[in-house]
Design a protein. Sequence first.
Length: 188
Amino acid sequence: MRRPGARLRMTVDALRTARARSPELFSYLLGGTVDEETARAATADGVPPEFLDFCRVLDGASCSPSVRLFDLEEALGHQFYCDPIVDCVLPLSPEKLFCVGMIHETPVYVDRADGGVLGIPDEHREWPDAERFEHLAPSLEEFFVERLATAEYLRIGLVDDESAEHDEWLTLLRRAGLTGRSAPPPSP
């Protein structure tokens, strides 16, 4: 059985520590973990090991209303995004893809063949009209650590200067020291 890397564990530990010190932030930002019994049952149900490995460390993250990685239960309820759609040229297939989240109302997938993360190119807001997938990262771990838990989140989340001060995920990233800029601790 593969195990998530140290970078994911360190990143999630930093986020959980910052969250514990930030009682004013919403608790739903970070999910818990999936235990081995649940993971074994999910494997038998066809959940990809790459997603389960991630869930063993972080079972879902709600970065913002428009950027989310599903927890296991929510992911199981969103697999209809893998079903083929009439007149859609995307190679949708539950045998090839597993939906793991949403970015601006477009699905994010793990490719069952290589564990890579696929999304819809930015120019396609009506995702069934997209002509191709965009390769977002070689793994879900790398996608989270390199793109959602860094200042790259600003681009992905379409966070502008005005909304940045109210974005709780960005506040959490800053308090965890993951964006390069640190937010001040909450006032007592």
